[in-house]
Design a protein around this ligand. Structure first.
Ligand SMILES: C[S@@+](CC[C@H](N)C(=O)[O-])C[C@H]1O[C@@H](n2cnc3c(N)ncnc32)[C@H](O)[C@@H]1O
Length: 283
């Protein structure tokens, strides 16, 4: 990275305003992600990594290739990878998972329901759906509930990491010790500092590419739980409402929606009632 910065100092190769606007318009139209001018340095830095792969010598030349030579079709997937922020963690915002195991799952079991369908929408590299799998598996061990998890994201790059289920060992530090023992496999090789999620959990999670900008989310039967966390913040208000409305169509009455702690739906007209901080029940 340092080397790349040195090879391409920002002042020597920055995007023209016209090219930044073209990119921002494309990215926003395709993914809903807002690209204000304050993001231009971030975008330039990330795009430089594409120059070598595509054989272009400057950002503006790369943009000409995208918009004047129809390179956009070949590069669309990479542009989305470049535009998305994929930060995630195991047991991120842990209050959600405590509420899930202490309140939501017992309530669902009390209703006499035998199976749970959960959806990690915008799953990034997989920490969220695998955390969900750990919590659901723990509950399933002591009840007769079975479960399945769908995990989707727009970025193909994060999905391929998620499907492998291999992570740097320090990333699973937030996993409680008893769960780590059961569900996280350490490498037997001394210098291999990676871990892998246990096949029992990997088998419970199905991954697919889904763009929130799609008119309809084809996810099969209605979900009991939807986690849509830390992605709404990248969208305009109207896009947030549209995405949440479509997600609500996929949520069963009495099902639960979890959004990120820094996100809010207050003032939005949605069939949801708040039951805890950033947790909602479908009405
Ligand atoms: C910051 S991560 C959040 C990951 C996880 N939900 C969490 O809270 O840890 C945001 C994710 O949203 C995805 N994303 C952005 N725009 C999207 C869209 N239009 N459709 C589906 N996923 C999108 C990104 O690829 C990224 O992986």
């Amino acid at each position: 990275m340092e080397q790349l910065v040195a090879e391409h100092p920002a002042h020597a190769d920055s995007l023209s305003k016209r090219n930044f606007d073209r990119l921002a318009r494309y990215i926003n139209g395709y993914s809903g992600i807002r690209m204000p001018p304050s993001k231009s340095t971030m975008l330039e830095g990330r795009l430089r990594r594409r120059l070598r792969a595509t054989g272009h010598s400057s950002l503006n030349q790369y943009c000409d290739y995208l918009f004047e030579e129809d390179g956009i079709k070949a590069e669309a997937v990479h542009l989305i990878d470049v535009a998305t922020t994929n930060k995630t963690d195991f047991f991120r915002e842990p209050a959600h998972f405590s509420y899930l195991s202490e309140v939501v799952l017992p309530l669902i079991a009390e209703r006499g329901q035998r199976t749970i369908r959960a959806w990690s929408a915008a799953c990034s590299t997989g920490a969220e759906p695998y955390t969900l799998a750990m919590v659901l598996e723990e509950f399933a061990r002591s009840s007769n509930l079975s479960y399945s998890i769908l995990a989707t994201d727009l970025s193909t790059q994060v999905l391929s990491t998620a499907i492998r289920g291999v992570y740097p060992a320090d990333m699973v530090a937030p996993v409680p010790a008893d769960m780590a023992k059961r569900y996280v496999m350490r490498s037997v090789k001394t210098h291999d500092h990676t871990v892998r999620i246990h096949p029992t959990l990997r088998a419970k999670v199905g991954f697919a590419r889904l763009n929130f900008m799609d008119e309809k989310y084809r996810v099969g039967d209605r979900m009991d739980l939807i986690f849509c966390r830390n992605v709404l913040i990248y969208f305009e208000k109207q896009t947030q409402v549209n995405v949440l409305s479509r997600l609500c169509e996929c949520l069963a009455p009495g099902g639960y929606m979890f959004i990120g702690h820094s996100e809010s739906i207050s003032g939005y007209s949605l069939p949801l009632k708040q039951v805890a901080n950033t947790i909602f029940e479908k009405i």
